[in-house]
Design a protein around this ligand. Structure first.
Ligand SMILES: [Zn+2]
Length: 273
């Protein structure tokens, strides 16, 4: 069962109060995991994108962990017995209360969602969003940069593995949907993908450096580096990392080639379970 907690936070730039929520608990059912670390589940679960917000009033991008952010019950308590809470929290509680009265509190659905008209290019938007977080508009610690680059990689892989039927050229998509048709080959070289490829490879280089010094659990880090090395065509390094994984007794699913072949057709990497 998924349980959510109602939160309030303020924009670090202009102080506008927003509502938000966090996951108190969640249950993953029917999940699958890919060798780039991407996970899908039928039930709602926390996503990395949710760690970042953009102010609905001034447009500032921010890491939520750097914000003044508190659950609804703490703010109520801060108003009832102010002596027990920090001045910052009391100030947030007052601002939220004022905004609620004035009707200016910004509900989460208005600031964390995406405009519908972008749905068609969703895959590419994901890439542009994550890449935009590396352009210097927000300050990232090494672990925050690692999280951005991992998600950028996963967004590229999703674009790479986009089903043929979703080609922007509809007539090509229609013909290419026929088994054995020669146009399948053309669609596979998605124009979008070739446009992004140089940045995709640059991202993998930077990602590898960050993973090599990260404190991610060593099996996960080795497995991600191994996948990144394969995608960059650095097969000697990939073999070396694979040997280290086997030594550390990693799950068999990382090492099973048959599964890789099936999954390579679906996304730009392979399915683990
Ligand atoms: Zn703001």
């Amino acid at each position: 069962m998924t349980m959510l907690e109602m939160l309030f936070l303020e924009c670090p730039a202009c102080g506008a109060p927003h509502t938000d929520f966090s996951f108190l608990s969640f249950h993953v059912s029917g999940g699958e995991q890919w060798s780039d670390g991407e996970q899908y589940a039928q039930s709602p679960m926390p996503s990395d994108a949710d760690k970042i917000g953009q102010c609905a009033r001034c447009g500032e991008l921010f890491w939520k962990e750097n914000c003044l952010r508190a659950p609804a019950h703490s703010l109520r308590e801060a108003l009832d017995s102010p002596g027990a809470f920090s001045p910052e929290l009391r100030s947030l509680a007052h601002r939220v209360e004022q905004a609620e009265r004035a009707g200016t509190l910004i509900p989460r659905c208005e600031w964390q969602g995406r405009p519908d008209e972008h749905e068609a290019e969703w895959d590419e938007l994901q890439i542009l969003d994550w890449r935009g977080l590396l352009d210097g508009r927000i300050q990232n610690t090494p672990s925050q940069e690692l999280l951005i680059r991992l998600n950028l990689w996963r967004a590229y892989n999703t674009l790479k593995g986009r089903p043929l039927g979703e080609s922007p050229l509809r007539w090509v998509a229609h013909l290419a949907s026929r088994p054995g048709h020669y146009l399948r080959h053309l669609v596979r070289r998605d124009r979008l993908w070739s446009k992004h490829r140089p940045d995709y490879l640059r991202n993998l280089d930077e990602l590898d450096k960050l993973l090599a010094t990260s404190d991610i659990d060593s099996i996960d880090s080795l497995a991600l580096r191994m996948q990144a090395a394969r995608e960059r065509g650095r097969f000697a390094l990939a073999r070396q990392l694979l040997a280290q994984l086997a030594q550390q007794g990693c799950p068999e699913s990382y090492l099973r080639p048959a599964r890789r072949m099936i999954a390579l057709r679906r996304r730009g990497c392979y399915l683990l379970r």
